[in-house]
Design a protein around this ligand. Structure first.
Ligand code: NAD
Length: 427
């Protein structure tokens, strides 16, 4: 996070703007501006060297008026209570915009997994659960993996919960490995979800996906599966980019007549870094990291980091760009939004565009609760239905009121949560 930047203040500011547009009454505003509950605790860990180290952990439950809270647990050295609060708030809007019966939560531990052995990380996971097991659960709050936490961490947490509570509760947490309560299709879900919304946006614009091109930033989970489905639909992906740890810089790999996805995946490591030598030998242009943004393409898909399309870079967008599909969280700044609005570039906002992940996590929990597991095709077809209908609800509102897609998405999400709170008699 940038110094001086407070993510929770930004989340509250965004909320206030939409609350004004919706003319929300004062009590409802106060109720939705703040998390409903927060847990702050410490986790003592016996380290491998014999010392004891104490880690700070959090769980923030922003809202459960539409269903149990849902959101990941991050392990990060720069974690703060305000980043967790902001992320919990955004989860409330994300689950509401795709209309799944869940609320918003987020958790974290201030730690750097790079400096911890697997045994020490396991102790943190188990300690995290020992602190909050009374306050989470399949009908209260369902965590998931996030930055620097993995299916393995989720499984340790599930195991600790089941040991304490005494029973089998796979629905307490999602993002588990397939075979241990995880859902087929979760790996593809976010990238495929991005492309379901892009497909629908192109259809609304009267464009044939087979005649369109896409430029991606990143080549990790989101971008790889977005590229996969875009190509399966007949479109062309003209570039991907990645961070290269060997020389601490980022590169764009471009082929204007379309990348060969299978080949690129074969020369990419598990961190999403493309082997430069092999890519160049195969005829890919190796360009600076931000060249993806200037590339001639119909669709731009930021799928790596926040703050990439900003006041400076947005002016470099090629005149051909018609759609910005936000696979990453927070890739576009408010200044860039103003430019995109002026230039009539269609934006699919992050909390709608990349909601395929949380939607599939919801499916995982449904399967856990039934103790019956769907085939991959069934999961993906249900995901397509959810993403498509969420996309059109937002696009219809944006069209009918001539407003920006991001504003329309926020209006739908906040209105749904406010309505549920009113109907329960909370506000
Ligand atoms: P990942 O770690 O699998 O891949 C990240 C990719 O970005 C890698 O290819 C990496 O090399 C690249 N990258 C890093 N720094 C870069 C730079 N400076 N320039 C160009 N490329 C760079 O991550 P992911 O799971 O694909 O997530 C990507 C984004 O999508 C994040 O913002 C994440 O929060 C968001 N997101 C992910 C999911 C999910 O289910 N994976 C769900 C919702 C949102």
């Amino acid at each position: 996070m940038e110094k001086g930047f407070n993510a929770f203040e930004m989340a509250q500011k965004q909320f206030d703007q939409v609350a004004d547009k919706l003319d929300l009454e004062q009590g409802t505003r106060e109720f939705l501006r703040w998390p409903m509950r927060e847990y702050h605790f410490i986790i003592p860990v016996h380290m491998d060297d014999g010392s004891v180290k104490v880690f700070r952990g959090f769980r923030v439950q922003h809202s459960d008026v539409r269903g149990p809270c849902k959101g990941g647990i991050r392990f990060h050295p720069q974690e703060t209570e305000d980043t967790v609060r902001a992320l919990a708030t955004w989860m409330t809007w994300k689950t509401a915009v795709v209309d799944i019966p869940l609320g918003g939560g987020k958790g974290g531990v201030i730690c750097d997994p790079h400096e911890l052995s697997m045994r020490e990380q396991e102790q943190i996971c188990r300690g995290w659960i020992r602190n909050v097991w009374r306050n989470i659960g399949p009908v209260q709050d369902i965590p998931a993996p996030d930055v620097m936490t993995s299916p393995q961490h989720m499984l340790w947490m599930m195991d600790e919960y089941e040991t304490i509570v005494g029973g089998k509760y796979p629905g307490v947490i999602t993002g588990k490995p397939v075979g241990s309560g995880g859902s087929l299709g979760r790996t593809e879900a976010t990238g495929y979800g991005v492309v379901y919304t892009v497909r629908e946006a192109l259809t609304r614009m009267g464009l044939d996906i087979r005649e369109t091109t896409m430029a991606c930033q990143g080549f990790g989970n989101v971008s790889q599966y977005a590229a996969d489905l875009f190509i399966k639909y007949g479109g062309k992906v003209v570039c991907v980019s990645c961070w290269d740890q060997s020389d601490m810089t980022s590169y764009t790999y471009r082929k204007m007549d379309g990348i060969d996805l299978e080949f690129l995946l074969g020369i990419t490591d598990r961190f999403g870094t493309v082997n430069a030598e092999k890519a160049i030998a195969a005829g890919y242009e190796q360009l600076p990291g931000d060249a993806w943004i200037e590339t001639e393409a119909d669709v731009l898909m930021p799928g790596a980091l926040e703050n990439q399309i900003n006041a400076e870079t947005v002016k470099k967008l090629h005149a051909r760009v018609k759609i910005v599909a936000e696979g990453a969280n927070g890739p576009t700044t408010p200044e860039a939004d103003a430019y995109l609005k002026e230039n009539d570039i269609f934006v699919i906002p992050d909390f709608l565009c990349n909601a395929g992940g949380v939607t599939c996590s919801y499916f995982e929990q449904v399967q856990n609760n039934m103790n019956y597991y769907w085939e991959k095709d069934e999961v993906l077809s249900k995901l397509d239905t959810k993403m498509t209908s969420a996309f059109h609800a937002v696009a219809d509102l944006a069209d009918s009121q001539s407003i920006f897609m991001r504003d329309a998405a926020y209006m739908i999400a906040i209105d749904r949560v406010a309505t549920a709170a009113r109907m329960r008699g909370l506000v």
